[in-house]
Write a protein that binds this ligand. Structure first.
Ligand SMILES: Nc1ncnc2c1ncn2[C@@H]1O[C@H](COP(=O)(O)OP(=O)(O)OP(=O)(O)O)[C@@H](O)[C@H]1O
Ligand SMILES: [Mg+2]
Length: 251
């Protein structure tokens, strides 16, 4: 049975993905700072808004005000979408606060589940799952896995945390996209554990070539689904991401 695809909202990326992300599965968007991870997830969410598929955006590194402001700059209408229930934004930031023994993490969500202390990843997963059910979300975005990874002590904990978090949230009717920050330097060691845990991985990059930087995206893997391997170029402009699947990358 061919898997059901859910459009990414970026036409060139849908070509690479042979139609879109895989419904009911998780896809990781990984890339360095400013490579376009958040904007890509907004295309996915507003594609859903247009099609009557509700979206839930959980951001762990930007406030709702900033997100709404930036989305509006690209011509989307987040406030209308939030008013009619097709978009819900949960944003919060992790803070370290003094505790009885040392420090503990607190997340700044204004939600009863997370006002209790200490903050835990399963508790965040519970909040996201409940919220997704409440707003009937078919498209779920977790923007910024970094804070969750910070909470994990060792590699097996990271695997359990991220895997358990995704499993707790996603069901066969919804599609989840997560973003993962890679370090800017080519030589930096990145934590690739989330690559193995998610069903699909798309990497965004900035290549220095012929005296300038070129934005590229590449599908690294997509479990159980066909996809194109080669990287494509894209630009970010006033309408967000514009991909060029037919353009040749400079040598
Ligand atoms: N109006 C615009 N026109 C052109 N490019 C823009 C515009 N707004 C943002 N950008 C580009 O998009 C980048 C930000 O994209 P985005 O926020 O999606 O990146 P990110 O990968 O999520 O970054 P971070 O890791 O910091 O969260 C900016 O650094 C800038 O290069
Ligand atoms: Mg971002």
């Amino acid at each position: 049975m061919p898997k059901t695809r859910v459009n990414s909202g970026v036409p060139g990326l849908d070509e690479l993905l042979m139609g879109g992300f895989v419904k009911g599965r998780s896809t990781l968007i990984a890339g360095g700072p400013g490579t376009g991870k958040s904007i890509l997830t907004w295309h996915f969410l507003f594609d859903g808004v247009e099609k009557g598929e509700n979206g839930l955006l959980v951001s762990l590194d930007q406030t709702s005000e900033m997100i709404i402001d930036d989305m509006s700059d690209f011509g989307w209408s987040p406030e209308d979408a939030m008013e009619n229930g097709s978009l819900t934004i949960l944003s919060g930031t992790l803070k370290l606060v003094p505790a009885e023994s040392g420090y503990e993490y607190v997340i700044g969500f204004d939600h009863p589940l997370l006002r209790e202390q200490p903050f835990t990843v399963p508790r965040l997963a519970e909040l996201v799952r409940k919220k997704a059910a409440e707003v009937n979300a078919r498209r779920i975005v977790i923007d910024g896995l970094g804070p969750l990874l910070e909470l994990a002590g060792n590699r097996s904990e990271i695997r359990q945390l991220v895997y358990g978090f995704i499993r707790d949230i996603v069901d066969s009717d919804s599609t989840i996209i997560l973003t993962h920050e890679l370090k800017a330097s080519d030589t930096a060691q990145n934590d690739e554990m989330p690559y193995f845990i998610c069903d699909g991985v798309v990497v965004l990059n900035m290549l220095y070539t012929s005296g300038d930087y070129v934005r590229t995206m590449r599908v690294v893997k997509m479990r159980g689904a066909n996809h194109t391997m080669h990287p494509i170029m894209f630009k970010i402009g006033t309408e967000g991401i514009n991909a060029f699947p037919d353009a040749r990358l400079p040598e």
